[in-house]
Design a protein around this ligand. Structure first.
Ligand code: FA5
Length: 347
């Protein structure tokens, strides 16, 4: 019996010692250490539970109950002290780590629209004002659309003008120009009259220089209807050049060859980079080619579903980066895709 009374007194001592020790705990680490010492597996109160078997049957419930009460009292005290320690620590942080919300913030650097995209958007806007509708066609094309349907049969030497990148799918290429979009647009809109622009990226496997990139944008122009003439084409392109560069800009159309137009031409503009004196951009000619153009070939009209004895049309393919070279007087087209922030920040 004396042994049981001793245990009950011991439990009172355990509780007192635990609570005393807890009152001096000041932080999270102290709370953790206290928990291990006073409530851990080898803590005095937990050891009482392991000794219950040695206590007489009559007294066991009383001792067990008291041990439970002590354990719960210690747990509740720990909870309360934890709350106190955390609140005190938060208060101290608020006092010492005060935020000065009047300090100016750090600005996020603001991006801007890429110069090639700016030129592209302006070109699209001008043609939209002239009544052309924007139409999108795929950048990955079949050889049939990129060449055959544009009257460039396999093994025709004209294919050399558009050496390209092939994909792993046989007969599928990255388009070399936006002209295959002509066939897509015609097939979708036939037999209605067409006035569309097709902007987008094109790819060529070629040696780059001041006026040639391997990846660049084009804007295709296509008008199909009854009685469309070369005069319409010339007027449209000259009208565009005046809006883009001003009333007095000098534009020339010179004869050229494309298998998908007949007759064909190139649009050349005076070189603003050198003031027409001659530079690497205009290959020392004083003029820079900005577009190819021509009257849509009868075979191409037919491939698009239009009867060439009834309908005619004109098409052109403009190079927005070439136009941007002239507009912003940049002396090398390769700057556009080098991602040099010092260049891009100027626009
Ligand atoms: C063509 O791509 C024809 N599809 C254009 C066309 C469309 C003709 C409709 C007739 C009717 P060309 O390869 O010349 O043609 O390219 C057209 C324009 O794209 C050029 O005038 C030039 O402005 C631009 N361009 C051509 N090659 C490059 C290049 N490597 N880098 C940057 N711009 C280029």
């Amino acid at each position: 019996m004396a042994e049981e009374e001793n245990v009950l007194a011991e439990l009172d001592g355990i509780r007192r010692a635990g609570l005393d020790a807890l009152s001096s705990v000041q932080d999270e680490a102290g709370l953790q250490a206290w928990r291990t010492t006073h409530l851990g597996r080898s803590s005095p109160v937990m050891l009482v539970f392991t000794r219950l078997g040695q206590i007489s049957k009559e007294m066991r419930p009383a001792v067990g109950q008291k041990a439970n009460q002590v354990k719960q009292a210690l747990e509740a005290a720990l909870e309360e002290r934890g709350e106190f320690v955390r609140t005190a620590s938060l208060r101290q942080k608020l006092d010492t780590e005060r935020l000065d919300i009047t300090l100016p913030g750090r600005r996020n650097p603001l991006g801007r629209i890429h110069p090639a995209s700016q030129a592209l958007a302006e070109i699209v806007h001008i043609f939209e004002e002239m009544g052309f509708q924007e139409y999108r066609s795929p950048e990955v094309e079949t050889e049939e659309f990129n060449f055959e349907l544009l009257n460039i049969p396999e093994h025709h030497p004209a294919r050399d003008m558009w050496d390209t990148f092939h994909t792993t799918v046989p007969g599928t290429v990255l388009r070399t120009h936006t002209s295959p979009g002509q066939i897509h647009a015609m097939r979708e809109m036939c037999p209605r009259p067409i006035r569309v622009i097709l902007p987008g990226m094109v790819y060529r496997y070629e040696q780059t220089n001041a006026s040639h990139e391997a990846q660049f944008n084009q804007v295709e122009l296509l008008a199909v209807g009854k009685n469309i003439t070369m005069g319409d084409m010339k007027g449209t392109i000259e009208g565009f050049a005046r809006r883009m560069f001003g009333e007095h800009v000098r534009v020339r159309m010179r004869p050229s060859y494309f298998p998908f137009t007949e007759p064909s031409g190139d649009i050349v503009m005076e070189c603003f980079v050198c003031g027409s004196k001659g530079c690497p951009v205009c290959k020392y000619s004083g003029w820079l080619e900005i577009a190819g153009c021509g009257m849509v070939h009868p075979i191409v009209l037919q491939n698009g579903g239009y009867d060439p004895t009834i309908y005619s049309g004109f098409a052109a393919g403009l190079g927005p980066e070439r136009i941007a070279l002239l507009k912003y007087q940049v002396n090398d087209i390769r700057y556009f895709f080098q991602n040099d922030i010092r260049f891009l920040e100027q626009f």
